[in-house]
Design a protein around this ligand. Structure first.
Ligand SMILES: *[C@@H]1O[C@H](CO)[C@@H](O)[C@H](O)[C@H]1NC(C)=O
Ligand SMILES: *[C@@H]1O[C@H](CO)[C@@H](O)[C@H](O)[C@H]1NC(C)=O
Length: 347
């Protein structure tokens, strides 16, 4: 099923009213910005690069899938749906000024949503009720993208969009003109980064050594498909909802070209280092943590947008209040000589 090319993503919440298919789309405010990564570098403080994290406050440097039960260990979540104690995180974007110093690019919520920075999270089922969509099991986690990637990666998984003042150009996420590379010109509405997760699961393992091989993209889904389309391979027969992140980076304070490199090259860099500033190292991490069968209920109820009769909801003010203390004490807000952790050895 192809998502109408005329439908702006921010109107997706109203898609079902227009005869499209439902997709949950809700805001998760910033829980913390910290240099830990319980998925890829469990137990390591600090981890190699800085992340921005949203979701339940049981987030920690180590979250063993067998013992760390997010819903029971969390007392709050920064997400709209208050039974969602999952953690969602990505790398952090920095601006490199002409003089070589770096400044963290702040985030803002998507149009039509409120919240303190963070991530807009999507859970997308199929357009028909015929396909059984199975929600994730406790302990489930997965990773999209590769923090070490310096060349073009697989298509449609991660991308960037140069945003207009409002709206989103009516293009499908990761379809043209979105690109795996960061935009090369100043963007009047900032930069949006997108992470699209696979829709097929092996039905057995909640994780795998690379945090990827227990899930798969459908074999014959078409470019620009939204949600679980196509057919899951025999090795990964269970259809899971498509998780997708949208992150709005407010690059507007850095749009003055006199601050950009004199050779005109684009000045944004991911916290991974990404030393040629291509943008390929963008990645997203997901640790499932919905309480009980709440996610399954929401999917079965075919909830859309950020209002769902099957779920408990909290106010933006309550979500904003849910934060955790940083574990790594380092400056990431000032003008910096090097990225936190100095992944490219600038110092
Ligand atoms: C993080 O995990 C460590 C080790 O399990 C534990 O001692 C600590 O209390 C946890 N921190 C939080 C904020 O839960
Ligand atoms: C580098 O440039 C930025 C942006 O103009 C400025 O705010 C900062 O103070 C400069 N840093 C140094 C060390 O000159």
């Amino acid at each position: 099923m192809q998502w109408s090319t005329l439908l702006p993503a921010f109107l997706a919440a109203t898609a079902s009213a227009q005869g499209g298919f439902p997709m949950m789309r809700f805001s998760c405010s910033q829980l913390v910005v910290d240099r830990i990564d319980p998925l890829v570098n469990p137990g390591q403080i600090p981890s190699p690069h800085l992340h921005q994290i949203v979701g339940g406050n049981s987030f920690n440097y180590s979250m063993d899938p067998l013992t760390h039960d997010l819903p029971s260990k969390s007392t709050c979540t920064s997400c709209t749906f208050s039974e969602d104690f999952s953690n969602y995180w990505t790398a952090v974007l920095f601006f490199r000024a002409r003089n070589g110093t770096l400044k963290r690019v702040p985030q803002h919520q998507e149009e039509g949503l409120r919240g303190n920075g963070g991530i807009t999270v999507y859970y997308i089922p199929t357009n028909t009720k015929r396909t059984v969509i199975t929600a994730f099991k406790p302990g489930f986690r997965m990773l999209v993208g590769d923090a070490g990637l310096a060349t073009l990666g697989p298509s449609r998984k991660t991308c960037h969009r140069c945003m207009p003042n409002s709206g989103d150009n009516s293009n499908i996420n990761c379809g043209a003109p979105d690109a795996q590379t960061l935009p090369k010109t100043p963007c009047v509405g900032g930069i949006r980064s997108i992470v699209t997760f696979p829709t097929c699961w092996d039905g057995k393992n909640v994780d795998s050594p690379d945090h990827k091989s227990h899930v798969a993209y459908a074999v014959d889904s078409k470019a620009n498909d939204v949600g679980p389309t196509g057919t899951c391979p025999e090795s990964h027969p269970v259809v899971i909802p498509q998780v997708m992140y949208e992150v709005r980076w407010d690059t507007r304070p850095f749009n003055d070209k006199s601050l950009w490199p004199e050779d005109g090259s684009q000045p944004f860099v991911w916290s991974t280092g990404d030393q040629y500033s291509h943008g390929y190292s963008q990645h997203g991490d997901y640790v499932f943590g919905w309480k009980g069968d709440s996610l399954q209920k929401a999917i079965d109820a075919r909830c859309t947008g950020d209002v769902c009769s099957a779920l408990q909801t909290q106010t933006v003010a309550e979500a904003d209040k849910c934060t955790v203390k940083r574990q790594v004490d380092e400056d990431y807000e000032g003008w910096l000589d090097a990225l936190p952790g100095d992944p490219i050895g600038a110092k």
